[in-house]
Design a protein around this ligand. Structure first.
Ligand SMILES: [Zn+2]
Length: 311
């Protein structure tokens, strides 16, 4: 059984199903993303981003001549024009699942910058639509897991309702390749909230995604996993870093039953579901049992799917 824990429905569903077939993926977790590009204009968000941008030692000074809020808005516009079939609302994810109940599992999303009523309504919607998890990105959603009070509500909701929290860690493309701008996605900032709430949380990219510095916050992700049993990892967009002897040995001392296959399909250039499956299948540092766990059984366990049907 192969489960891809990290898929973006930015292409027509027929293309996603085709790629799943090619890669022998049985089930794909489709992720909603609830973002509002205009949130960059909120005074507290704008001043935080501007400060980090100006003080950053990353890149060239010339880059700093453009206001960061414009750069961020351009990034969102680019994403929408590059993927005209992009589907990202909770409703859209739920209807993809309704049409393909055996192939897709849906995770919703909540923009935590909106008011309490909005957040409560979205969480209610996630329950009503039968979505099995919540995707959060402190980068694109521009929030701090320490300062944002709605994020606390979301963690509490996931714990109470047994929803999996798939949480972006590491840098992100575009303006977020700057680690200082992505600082809120450093896994170390999750420690205080995980001391109060106990959701099943998957650190997407294991704190390691960065085009310039792969493995950027792996140590911080590792420490969080070592401290909290409810912390899991996905290897999406960072498989060449994760499936090395050194890193697998370190993750092995937390337990490889906490590592999950994910492709981030279709957003990683030069990669797709099949490529990522093959990285794991061909990895010489894993036993056959470990490969089966990483490719699907670990995800089946946290998603409460039957694990006995595989052959
Ligand atoms: Zn992703």
């Amino acid at each position: 059984m192969i489960i891809d824990i990290h898929v973006h429905p930015f292409l027509h569903e027929s293309k996603i199903l085709e790629e799943m077939k090619r890669a022998s993926v049985d089930c794909a977790v489709l992720l909603a993303v609830d973002v509002d590009p205009l949130d960059v204009e909120k005074p507290e968000i704008k001043s935080k981003l501007q400060k980090r941008h100006m003080e950053s030692s990353f890149g060239f000074n010339a880059l700093r001549s453009a206001p960061i809020e414009d750069e961020i808005k351009r990034f969102y516009q680019g994403l929408i024009s590059y993927y005209p079939e992009l589907k990202s609302s909770n409703q859209e994810i739920a209807s993809l699942v309704t049409r393909n109940p055996n192939s897709f599992i849906g995770f919703g999303s909540v923009n935590p910058n909106k008011n309490e009523d909005y957040v409560e309504a979205k969480l209610e919607e996630i329950s009503t639509l039968g979505l099995k998890g919540v995707k959060m990105l402190p980068t694109l959603q521009l929030f701090s897991p320490i300062e944002n009070e709605n994020f606390e509500k979301i963690c509490e909701y996931c714990e109470k309702n047994k929803k999996v929290l798939l949480y972006h860690t590491g840098c992100d493309p575009g303006p977020w390749e700057n680690p200082e701008l992505s600082e809120d996605a450093n896994p170390k900032h999750l420690k205080p909230i995980l001391e109060s709430y106990n959701p099943t949380i998957v650190l997407a990219h294991t704190g390691s995604y960065s085009a310039h510095k792969p493995g950027i916050w792996f140590d911080e992700a590792y420490k969080l996993g070592k401290k909290f049993d409810n912390v899991f990892f996905d290897s999406s967009a960072v498989s060449s870093f994760i499936y090395s002897e050194k890193i697998l040995k370190r993750l092995g001392d937390i337990g490889l039953d906490r590592l999950l296959y994910g492709s981030d399909f279709p957003v990683v250039l030069g990669s797709d579901m099949k490529y990522e499956v093959n990285v794991i299948k061909k990895c010489t540092y894993l036993t056959e049992d470990e490969k089966e766990n990483i490719l699907g059984l670990n995800a089946a366990r946290i998603l409460n799917l039957p694990t006995d049907s595989h052959t």
